[in-house]
Ligand binder design. Structure first.
Ligand code: HEM
Length: 492
């Protein structure tokens, strides 16, 4: 059915293109000529458009435009253009598009896809304060994370000598940290309810960038029909129902002023701001909780999978990390985030693997909040803007080794850890990832604890390691299996 629809649409568009010419706004960033209805979609590989974006950047410059359907979109490449938009002109570029499918699914509520304005600002501030109150940057958050790592270690111990695919394990662990923060409890890795929730979330993120999402975008007349994109809305409602039930349970046991988790803190906040015009309410709470799940699970677990793959396929680097960890911890069982200052090499390796993992390649899309400019071009209010973070993470001139895995990218001549300005996996500016602090703490404590206790080896039967990435809103390594050996004083 999808194929027939595409063929019919193709013929129709071809005919239309003889009569209609899409015109870019005046002094708009340049780009290839769009077709009516489809725009430039045929010039982008739907499986992975990053190479096409690189090609277009070479032809049109760091700031160019494309049409997704009838909507013009500006793509920003390289540190300079991204910084000018997201930092120097932060307020002008701090909006979110409201016409794409995922904005409709999430209804512009919560934080991630909320437009620039008081509701977004208040929810962002509330979430950051609450994360801090629950110990972000302090020992209590470390204990929460280390507690989860203990569960991973147990699973790995039971797989010692075997090969395992760490995908689910890392995913469940990252999710559990969010669960413990917002629901006040973690789930066991085989809890059927937890597994269903995770599956729903994966379906939701996968379907929201499927070809049907494009059909939704370019042919609004089809939106009311019972086509596959309706599943995304349905999945989202199911997840929200699940979250709403937990919120209702909390309301029965909540004691004002004594928050156990983010839901309790939110209920306090509703209480405190009960006057007219408050942006805090039950609907916004459920959307915020959903946002934290969506934003905090895939991202962290995909980055972890990438770090482990690079470590496994570079044994001398893994060995050197292990030695540094042993020297600093001196037999101490629990690492602390503060230990990172004494572990420049481990820090460099984690950052380098995160650079290569390029987890959120095209950031979350932005939108201009007013008529504005960039590098001499004019962008009208409401223009969708895509910061190509991937282009910065591999930008020539910014990195010693832009295209290969090499921890030297983060080390100076004295072997000290240095973070180049172009390290932007969390983006930058006023919409910079709200979970950056949490994610950095998780990555460090997970990796240090795992490397202290285990050696990870690329299986002999694994063939040549494939380090290429599967493109998506969040990118990931292809599934792989890793050999796990318990470290008992002797390298195998
Ligand atoms: C390695 C892990 C992570 C990466 C690479 C990552 C990356 C990003 C990126 C690129 C953005 C878009 C920023 C922009 O629009 O310019 C973002 C936004 C966001 N992230 Fe993360 N993220 C990670 C982990 C997390 C975690 C653990 C949380 C949960 C606490 C989280 C919560 C958010 C939220 C709520 C936003 C929306 C911020 C806003 O619109 O104001 N992220 N993240």
């Amino acid at each position: 059915m999808f194929k027939r629809l595409v063929v019919l649409l193709g013929v129709f568009i071809l005919l239309l293109s003889f009569f209609i010419r899409v015109r870019r706004p005046k002094n708009f960033p340049p780009g290839p000529r769009p077709l009516p209805i489809l725009g430039n979609l045929l010039q982008l590989d739907p499986v992975n458009p990053l190479k096409d974006l690189e090609r277009l950047k070479r032809r049109y410059g760091n700031v160019f435009s494309l049409y997704v359907g009838t909507q013009p979109v500006v793509i920003l490449n390289g540190l300079e253009a991204i910084r000018e938009a997201l930092v120097t002109r932060a307020m002008e570029y701090g909006g979110r598009p409201n016409h794409i499918m995922i904005s409709h699914v999430l209804q512009g509520k919560g934080v991630i896809l909320a437009n620039y304005g008081s509701s977004w600002r208040e929810h962002r501030r509330f979430t950051l304060t609450t994360l801090r109150n629950f110990g972000l940057g302090k020992r209590s958050m470390e204990e929460r994370i280390l507690g989860e790592v203990t569960h991973i270690c147990k699973e790995l111990e039971s797989s010692a000598g075997d090969l395992i695919d760490p995908q689910n394990l890392f995913h469940l662990a990252a999710s559990n940290i969010i669960c413990s923060l917002i629901f006040g409890e973690r789930f066991s890795y085989d809890d059927p309810i937890f597994l269903t929730l995770i599956q729903w979330l994966q379906d939701l993120t996968k379907q929201s960038i499927s070809p049907w999402a494009m059909v939704y975008e370019i042919l609004p007349v089809l939106r009311p029909l019972p086509l596959p994109f309706r599943n995304v809305f349905q999945k989202c409602d199911e997840i929200k129902d699940f979250i709403s039930k937990i919120v209702t349970q909390h309301k029965h046991s909540w004691v004002a002023g004594e928050p156990r988790d983010l839901i309790d803190s939110y209920l306090d906040q509703i209480d405190k701001t009960a006057e007219e015009g408050s942006t805090f309410n039950d609907t916004q709470m459920v959307s915020l909780l959903l946002d934290l799940f969506i934003a905090g699970t895939d991202t962290t677990s995909n980055t972890l999978r990438s770090v482990m793959l690079h470590l496994m396929t570079n044994q001398p680097i893994q060995d050197r990390c292990h030695r540094e960890i042993e020297e600093v911890l001196e037999g101490r069982v629990d690492a602390s985030f503060e230990d990172r200052h004494a572990m420049p090499y481990v820090q460099a390796v984690i950052h380098e693997a995160q650079r290569m993992s390029d987890t959120v390649p095209l950031s979350v899309f932005h939108s201009t909040c007013k008529d504005t400019q960039l590098q001499g071009y004019q962008l009208p209010k409401g223009t969708m803007v895509i910061p190509n973070l991937s282009s910065v993470l591999h930008e020539e001139g910014q990195w010693k080794f832009p295209h290969e895995f090499n921890p030297e990218n983060f080390l100076n001549d004295k072997g000290e850890f240095v973070k180049p300005e172009a390290f932007l996996p969390f983006s930058t500016g006023i919409r910079v990832c709200l979970g950056e602090g949490l994610a950095r703490m998780e990555l460090f404590l997970f990796v240090v604890t795992l490397l202290q206790r285990f050696q990870f080896v690329w299986p002999e039967t694994g063939g040549v390691p494939d380090l290429s990435l599967i493109f998506g809103g969040t990118q990931s390594q292809k599934p792989y299996r890793m050999g796990v050996r318990v470290w008992n004083g002797q390298r195998a």
